[in-house]
Every structure is written in structure tokens, then in C-alpha cells.
Write a protein that binds this ligand. Structure first.
Ligand code: GUN
Length: 292
């Protein structure tokens, strides 16, 4: 058996078309163009690439984008001042503070300062809480991308054993919270999973990952998940983006698992494009919320 490749790029392109149409309708109806402000502190090369991708995607979808740059030695107070200005600016609907931040800045302080209605990353505790309670304002972008890939690939999640490896605030934890909900905008089949979240302190990890009907790798270690760790026919979702001498690779040993897995997302071209796409969706949602 050779695994089905889940084409995140194609799925992303289809959703971006839908969003562009929704943005055009919104803009025409309300004479307001949705606007995303990205804040970039320093010149980290990976962050530069991400921010550029987001800006380009915004333009193509008819969303305005702003880039606010601060020097690498900016203080926490400098950044909080900038976030405060963007909170007040009625032209700006979404605010994204690109992570990671330089070490002199406390990430939590900054993310908590973003107005919850402009928090298109869904990192603010109010928005995290709403997701946990099953009444989301914004869905976190990467986890939402994972749900979209599964849904649009017609892979039902309800009743399945889903194992997530990685407990980050950006992917593992929110994804687990979303997958255990009773309902979702994609219907009950897209959620209602039995979820296990594994991490660096998990005992006998492989014994758990081998139970997974759907295995999500969000660890941040190149080729960490190997063929012996998966159940034959399992659906593998690779959230990892690791820069190695061999170029970009995921958290799953892609070549090694191809004959065992039922389906797999590649890196690049899997979950990555969906993250930006769901950010566009959240920016339009933010504009709608602020209309009232
Ligand atoms: N850096 C890596 N991933 C993300 C993300 O999803 N949002 C932000 N703001 N920064 C990131």
C-alpha cells in the first residue's frame, strides 16, 4: 500500500478562493476593506518569510496588510505601545505579533495585550477559553487548518482515536480541545474524536502512537515519527517545519512511512499553506465583529 498524499496546497487554494469572494462581498457591502497588521520584531529569517507570505496572501484575497517593524533590541514597553496603538486604530481589524519574540520581551504580556476582537491568532486567554467551551470567536489557525484538511479530504474524525504528539499552546493543546468538541462549523463528523495528547514526558510513546487512527505530529523535531510508531493505514498529519541540510522536512519520516500509512500530509505543501489561509478567514471575521 502506498499512502494517499493529502494536498494541502490545493485545499488551501480552494479555501482562499472562497475567502476572496467573501472579502469582495463584505468590502462592497460595507465599504470597508479588512486589514491585518503584522508586527515583526527583529529580522529572524524564518519570521521574515512567514510575514512576507502572509502579506502576499492578504493582497491576493483583497485584504489590506500592514507591516510594523521594531528593532531586535526593542523593549517590551515599545512593543506594548505599538500593540496599544493598533488596538485603538479603527482601520486595523486584525493584529498578529510574529513569534518568536526576542528574549527581553515576555511573550505572554504582549499576546494578552492584543484586543480579543483583533486577536486573529486566537492566542488571547479569552479566545482560548471560548474555544475550550465550544463557542469560538476565532479558531486558532494551524489547528483549524488540520481540521480543514481532514474535512475536505473526506476523512471523518468522529469516534476515531486521534493521537497528538506535542502540547504547544499554538498547535497541540488547542487542536486537542477542538477535536473533542461535540459540534463544529464543519459538522459533527469533523470533531467528536477520542483525543490523546503526548509530550516529552510521555512513557512508551510508540505504544500510544500505534493506537492512532489519526496521528498528528507537532513536536518540532525532524523525522521524529518513524514507521514502527504507526498503525498500518493510519492518517498522518505532519505539522512540523524543520530546516535541515536536506531542506525543509517535517516531524514524520515521510519516505519511511509511505508504505505503512493510509494517508499523509507532505512538508512542504501540507498543513503549512492552511495556516495562512485560516489567518485570512480570521481577519475577515475580525472585520465583521468590529462593524457593529
Ligand atoms: N510563529 C510561528 N507560528 C506562528 C503563528 O501561528 N502565529 C504567530 N503570530 N507567530 C508564529
Amino acid at each position: 500500500m502506498t499512502a494517499r498524499i493529502l494536498d494541502g496546497k490545493a485545499i488551501s487554494a480552494a479555501i482562499r478562493q472562497e475567502i476572496a469572494a467573501d472579502v469582495a462581498e463584505y468590502t462592497q457591502q460595507h465599504r470597508v476593506t479588512p486589514c491585518l497588521a503584522a508586527v515583526l520584531v527583529g529580522e529572524d529569517p524564518a519570521s521574515e518569510v512567514y510575514v512576507r507570505n502572509k502579506q502576499r496572501a492578504c493582497e491576493k484575497a483583497g485584504i489590506q496588510s500592514q507591516l510594523h517593524r521594531l528593532p531586535v533590541d526593542a523593549s517590551e514597553s515599545d512593543l506594548l505601545t505599538r500593540v496599544g496603538q493598533l488596538n485603538q486604530d479603527s482601520q486595523v481589524h486584525g493584529i498578529l505579533v510574529q513569534l518568536p519574540l526576542p528574549k527581553q520581551i515576555d511573550e505572554t504580556q504582549v499576546l494578552d495585550a492584543v484586543h480579543p476582537w483583533k486577536d486573529v491568532d486566537a492566542f488571547h486567554p479569552e479566545n482560548v477559553g471560548l474555544v475550550v467551551q465550544g463557542r469560538p470567536r476565532f479558531l486558532p489557525c494551524t489547528p483549524h487548518g488540520v481540521l480543514q484538511i481532514l474535512h475536505r479530504s473526506e476523512i471523518a474524525v468522529a469516534g476515531k482515536q486521534v493521537v497528538i504528539v506535542g502540547r504547544s499552546e499554538i498547535v497541540g493543546k488547542p487542536l486537542g480541545n477542538m477535536l473533542v468538541q461535540r459540534g463544529s462549523e464543519l459538522g459533527p463528523q469533523a470533531v467528536n474524536a477520542t483525543v490523546t495528547i503526548c509530550h516529552s514526558r510521555t512513557a512508551d510513546l510508540a505504544q500510544i502512537t500505534r493506537q492512532a487512527d489519526i496521528l498528528v505530529a507537532a513536536i518540532g523535531q525532524a523525522k521524529f515519527i518513524t514507521a514502527d510508531m504507526i498503525k498500518p493505514g493510519a492518517v498522518l498529519i505532519d505539522v512540523g517545519i524543520n530546516r535541515t541540510d536536506d531542506g525543509l522536512v517535517g516531524d514524520i519520516d515521510f519516505e519511511g512511512v509511505l508504505d505503512v500509512a493510509g494517508a499523509i500530509t507532505p512538508v512542504p505543501g501540507g498543513v503549512g499553506p492552511l495556516t495562512v489561509t485560516m489567518l485570512l478567514r480570521n481577519t475577515l471575521t475580525a472585520a465583521k465583529i468590529q462593524l457593529a
